[in-house]
Ligand binder design. Structure first.
Ligand code: ZN
Length: 240
């Protein structure tokens, strides 16, 4: 409820909330934070979040999850994607604007004005860019954003994805699980609508008019590689 300052809050309380909001904004812009739990030590941080994006994200969260908080507290799942773009710069430029391109994304434009994004972007050579701290809600998967960390892999199709990306994604997942023990599920975006899988118990979307769009990224072959690397290199098995 900290997103809704009460009118009867003492002046001291309001001031602290204001300062804390400023500090959060500074952290989002610079990547500096007292709580390193939300920043990956091996990633380069280039934030796509600013005041505008936070405000649009709050509207999205209010209509889809019944709460305007933009905080992703105790994440429960990780979702792997590919970007459908050929290189890192093109992918980053797509995610960077705070507002969704309504012409390009007519399929989901009715769901809210905030642009799609993810927390991480894995380049073809396996280098990792972090675009948002782990504790901020990104729009990357209908029904689960409030509890899901997103990892995008640069590539136009499943065939573009490299061994270096599978290894980097598996290694990143192992670090995320170490930082956030609440994570219990790992899925590919293409698996998100499967009501038989265990992760589906987390689904929530209050906007009944919002269409659940079919997804093919990143595909079963890439997820099989990531899951097997995660098990072999780190001894980690997450539910799907
Ligand atoms: Zn996706």
């Amino acid at each position: 409820m900290t997103d809704h300052p009460r009118s009867d809050a003492p002046p001291q309380g309001r001031c602290c909330r204001f300062l804390s909001g400023v500090l959060i904004s500074l952290c989002l812009l610079t990547g500096f934070a007292g709580e390193s739990a939300n920043y990956d030590p091996l990633a380069t941080f280039r934030s796509i979040f600013n005041e505008k994006r936070l405000s649009l994200t709050a509207s999205y969260c209010r209509s889809h999850y019944g709460n305007a908080s933009t905080e992703l507290r105790e994440p429960q799942m990780i979702v792997v994607h590919y970007t459908a773009f050929a290189d890192l710069d093109e992918s980053y430029r797509f995610f960077a604007p705070p507002r969704l391109d309504n012409q390009l994304r007519r399929d989901i434009a009715g769901g809210g004005a905030v642009n799609v994004s993810a927390h991480y972007l894995a380049d073809r050579d396996g280098t990792i860019l972090q675009m948002a701290p782990d504790n901020v809600i990104c729009r990357h998967i209908i029904g689960f954003n409030r509890t899901a960390i997103g990892i995008e892999n640069v590539g136009r199709t499943a065939a573009d994805l490299t061994d270096a990306q599978a290894t980097a994604t598996a290694d990143l997942i192992s670090r995320l699980v170490a930082r956030h023990p609440s994570i219990a599920y790992l899925i590919g975006h293409h698996e998100y609508r499967n009501t038989d899988l265990p992760h589906y118990r987390l689904f929530r979307d209050d906007d009944r008019s919002y269409r659940i769009t079919p997804k093919v990224d990143p595909g079963p072959a890439f997820m099989a590689r990531v899951r097997s690397l995660l098990r072999e290199r780190h001894g980690i098995v997450l539910q799907d």
